[in-house]
Design a protein around this ligand. Structure first.
Ligand code: HEM
Length: 187
């Protein structure tokens, strides 16, 4: 079977859409875990109603958005490699696959956390969950840089400046959340 000439562009379009859906799901899932954990501060009667609601939202998000996003990304990636198999021999692609592997571990670890939360066995704090939520951001930045720059991965001062700004932004978000929680605890 021969694929039409525009097949590569279609695979790439759907691959990028898959990436957007997958990451939207991953980011929101861990945010729901934070709300789920912090619901323990509510009164007894409210707490269990919130636990149930968050459990339902997490399950639906993971199964209807996050995992289908992952499947779309990976199946379209296979399509891209079938049309252009030479990519697999390039260093940037091999490095990218290592980071995609890390992302897959993160994805399935989120399922483990979701099960632990639903069985009231999760010992993570909201702050730890917030820190975990930064990991996919870092993986996203690295993978997108790899596909854009390929084997010419930039190492100039400007690159390190941009990377430092991204890291500063991530740490500021963590710091702001911590300060806000301390203020809430005091009041
Ligand atoms: C098994 C995993 C994956 C494989 C084999 C794969 C493979 C590819 C290939 C072959 C391209 C086309 C490159 C080009 O035409 O220049 C591509 C594009 C792209 N990939 Fe992936 N990919 C995978 C996972 C991911 C993941 C997890 C992300 C996001 C974190 C991602 C983000 C992108 C983006 C943004 C593009 C578009 C780049 C551009 O057009 O300049 N990919 N991918």
């Amino acid at each position: 079977m021969t694929l039409p000439p525009e097949a590569y562009m279609w695979f790439k379009t759907l691959h990028i859409i898959g990436v957007v859906v997958w990451f939207a799901g991953l980011f929101y899932l861990v945010r729901l875990f934070i709300y789920h954990i912090e619901a323990k501060e509510l009164s007894e009667d409210l707490k269990f109603a919130f636990y149930e609601q968050y459990s339902l939202m997490e399950k639906r998000l993971a199964n209807i958005i996050t995992t289908p996003g992952m499947i779309l990304t990976l199946t379209m990636a296979c399509g891209l490699l079938i049309v252009q198999p030479s990519w697999i021999y390039q260093t940037w692609m091999q490095v990218k696959l290592v980071f995609v592997g890390a992302l897959l571990i993160y994805h399935f670890y989120c399922y483990k956390l979701m099960n632990m939360l639903q069985n009231n066995k999760c010992k993570w704090t909201g702050q730890q969950m917030r820190a975990l939520n930064e990991l996919p951001t870092l993986l996203l930045v690295i993978v997108v840089m790899l596909v854009v720059f390929k084997n010419n991965f930039p190492t100039s001062a400007a690159t390190w400046f941009i990377v430092s700004l991204i890291l500063l932004m991530l740490f500021s978000i963590q710091y702001y959340a911590k300060i806000r929680r301390l203020k809430e605890d005091k009041s």
